[in-house]
Design a protein around this ligand. Sequence first.
Ligand SMILES: N[C@@H](CCC(=O)N[C@@H](CS)C(=O)NCC(=O)O)C(=O)O
Length: 244
Amino acid sequence: MANNLYIAETPKEVSEAKGLHLITQNTPNGQATQILLEELADSYGTQWTTTLINIMTNEQKKEWFLRLNPNGRIPVLVDNTQSPPFSVIETSAQLLYLLKFFDKEDKFGFKDELERNEALQWVFFWHGGGAPYQGQVNHFTRAAPEKIPYAINRYKNETLRVYGVLEIRLSGIYADGPRDYLAGKGKGKYSIADIKTWPWVKGWERSGFTADEMKPFPHLMKWVDRIAAREPVQRGIGDKYVQK
Ligand SMILES: N[C@@H](CCC(=O)N[C@@H](CS)C(=O)NCC(=O)O)C(=O)O
C-alpha cells in the first residue's frame, strides 16, 4: 500500500519520524497517551518522538493533519515501524495499541480476560460518558462567548454524576470494600482505565468545581492523589509537553 499519510506540507519532524511519533497538546486527552508512553519508557525503555501543536491555531484542521486523523483532533499516534506507517486516532484506541504492541508483560493491562474486559469497561465509560461531558463544562464555563446557565448546570451536573459513579466503584460500597484502582481483582491494579480517566478528573478545580462539590467523593479524591504521585504521570503532564 502506498504511503499517503504524509504530504509536502507535513512538518518534517512528523514525516521523517522513524519510530512512534505522538502529535499532541498538553490537554487531558493528550495527557492520557503522554502518560502511558512515559510509563512504558520506565518499564521497557520505549522510545518515541513528539510534535507539539497549538489547537488554537487550527493546525489540526489542515490537510497534513487530516490525513493522519480525519477527525482533526489531538492526540494522534503514528507508528512508523509499520509498513506503511500506521496512524492511531482516539486516545483509548492509542492506549490499546500501545498495550498490544509495547506492553508485552501487560503491566498496564491484564492477562486475565475478565480483568481485561473490566479495564475496557472503565475506559469506554470515561471515553463516552466522562470526557465529553467534562469537556463541555470546560467549554461552557471558560470558552463560550456567553454564559448560559442551563448548559453550564447540565454539564456540571452530569460530570458530578459520573464522578459519583467512579466513587461508587472506588469506595466499593456495593461490592467488596475500597479499591485503589478502577479495574482488576481485589483492590485493583493501575491500568489504562486509570490512565484514561485521571487526566480529566484531576482537573476538577480547573473545570470550576468547588471543594464542597467534591466532598461526596473521598475515595475518588484519594485516587487522584495516588496516581498523581507516580513519577511517569508527573512527566506525562509536565513541561516536556508544554509548547515554548
Ligand atoms: N475522542 C477524542 C477527543 C479528542 C479531542 O477532543 N481533542 C481536543 C483537545 S482535548 C482537540 O483536539 N480539540 C481541537 C478541535 O476540536 O479542533 C479522543 O479521545 O482522542
